[in-house]
Ligand binder design. Sequence first.
Ligand SMILES: [Zn+2]
Ligand SMILES: [Zn+2]
Length: 158
Amino acid sequence: MYLQLEAVFEREGANVPFDYAFALSDPVIASPVQVKGSVFNKTGIVSLEFSASYLLKTDCARCGAPIEKTLNETFSHILITHSENEAQDLYIVVDDLHFDLDALVAEDLFLAMPSRYLCRADCKGLCPLCGADLNRGDCGCKPDTDPRWDALKALMNE
Ligand SMILES: [Zn+2]
Ligand SMILES: [Zn+2]
């Protein structure tokens, strides 16, 4: 969706709401991204605030369990019409007042994504020896019986 920003920049108090969805191609995004928010001019400063929600579908990086949940992220930006400040990260420069919101939402979402997903913060993962899901209980394997450690111990004892 493109935002036309002339009216918002010209008039203090202007507020342009939006509520739409678009398809964002990513392996973990399993639904259209629903975007809801507004761009508004408050005492001459133009801000963009929105929430973006989508269905996350992936597998736990530790135990492989399927993860499926709706995420809702909120973002806000200050828009300026020309680069008047070196702090580019804080502002979004919209020189032509014709602004591609989808691209910004995509960038915000990708930056907010963790490098890996866990089914829960304290996921215990799989036993490296037998492959059992340790979230379901101890499998009884003793890490000391790992032959790699025996080889290392033998080396250290030499
Ligand atoms: Zn897990
Ligand atoms: Zn085991």
